[in-house]
Design a protein around this ligand. Structure first.
Ligand SMILES: *Cc1c(COP(=O)(O)O)cnc(C)c1O
Length: 370
């Protein structure tokens, strides 16, 4: 079986370093809000070149805390994409605000910025773009629209640690950027973890307060907060992974380049679009396919893992019936939910594995036996 991602190979690379770090935390007697978390925040700030970073419990909490810290809640609207992992919209709903969806671009699968202005009204408080699959959304257009309409921008960068836009790191362009360290993310840990980055001091202070029961002084509480911290074990492991992330992202890019070259000429197969001003880090490598289901079956038969991201756009989710969206409202998102297929992608995918994957897909496309 060739898996979609191979965490085992990745974690084996850093096992010796990780064991040392785990042992250090074990002996420290400090497991929540200690030195590792603090160091990791400093290292993320330096890596992303951003003034403030706050470790939190997971990527979903990062989004919730970001919205809460900006005072977004009941009666407010937040513009986002219907083509993302559910947590993006869930966070908006969780704080009591309403997600307002806008269709996606057919090439990048990111929010179509030409349609954002149409849904802005007096209730709109923020735009929440997602850098889907590791490919940055059009931040230049988004920042221009936000500025003109006095809106916040919260980047859901959960799939894009280390991706760049015009030389800046994804997540550091808007008011707030949110990251997830869920194991399968390109910077993943052995549990849950998240990080919020911001360029605003007051937002950073507020998030620090919120993540820890609204308290800065033990047993004195200034706000109704949350219990959402990045624990020391995860932080210690992430500090090691952070020193490898450039190599891992670049391995992903090399693997993607080989796929692109081989798939480029296949009939009915469209490879991920490469934008000139940004860097895709291929959290997922998704092909846009005319015969998605046939290729998926062929891959599964050949014991090659493959996955549909995402089979149902968010505006058509059961839970959002109350928002009164219908089939046909966002035709591109709906179309892509039927044509995209993720194939194996991770930093330690071998050339032999790629060749086998390419051969299998080519044979399904040409109708021959693999
Ligand atoms: C993974 C993910 C999240 C949520 O992160 P968790 O750490 O799993 O809570 C949010 N948004 C997107 C786009 C994601 O991919």
């Amino acid at each position: 079986m060739i898996p979609l991602i191979n965490l085992d190979r990745q974690f084996q690379q850093i096992k010796a370093e990780a064991m040392e770090a785990f042992s250090r935390v074990y002996d420290s007697g400090q497991y929540i809000l200690g030195a590792e978390g603090k160091q990791f925040e400093e290292e993320v700030k330096a890596y992303l070149n951003t003034p403030y970073a706050i470790g939190v419990g997971n990527g979903t909490d990062a989004l919730v805390l970001a919205l809460d810290a900006l005072g977004i809640g009941e009666g407010d609207e937040v513009i986002t994409t219907p083509f993302t992992f559910f947590a993006t919209a869930e966070a908006i709903s969780r704080v009591g605000a309403t997600p307002v969806f806008v269709d996606i671009e057919s090439k990048t699968f990111n929010i179509d910025t030409t349609q954002i202005n149409d849904v802005i009204n007096e209730k709109t408080k923020a735009i929440m773009p997602v850098h889907l699959f590791g490919q940055p959304a059009d931040m230049k257009a988004i920042m221009t629209i936000a500025k003109a309409n006095n809106l916040y921008v919260i980047e859901d960068a959960c799939q894009a640690f280390g991706a760049t836009v015009n030389g800046k790191k994804a997540g550091t362009i808007g008011d707030i950027g949110c990251f997830s360290f869920f194991p399968t993310k390109n910077l993943g840990t052995m549990g849950d973890g998240g990080m919020i980055v911001t360029k605003h001091n007051h937002v950073s202070e507020k998030i620090r307060l919120l993540r820890h029961h609204g308290s800065t002084k033990k047993y004195y509480h200034e706000e109704i907060g949350y219990n959402s911290r990045l624990d020391e074990v995860q932080a210690a492991l992430l500090r090691i992974s952070l020193t490898h992330i450039d190599e891992w992202n670049s391995n992903r890019q090399s693997a993607a380049a080989f796929y692109n070259q081989e798939f480029m000429t296949l009939q009915g197969v469209t490879v991920p679009h490469i934008q000139s001003d940004s860097e895709h880090i291929y959290h997922l490598y998704c092909l846009d396919l005319e015969n998605r289901d046939g290729i998926s079956t062929g891959l599964s038969k050949a014991k090659i893992a493959n996955g549909v991201y995402y089979p149902r756009p968010l505006h058509l989710q059961e839970v959002y019936k109350g928002l009164s969206y219908n089939v046909g409202d966002f035709p591109i998102a709906e179309k892509k939910s039927k044509s995209l297929l993720a194939i194996p992608m991770h930093p330690y995918l071998s050339k032999d594995e790629q060749v086998e994957i390419i051969r299998t897909i080519s044979s399904v496309v040409s109708g021959s036996k693999p």
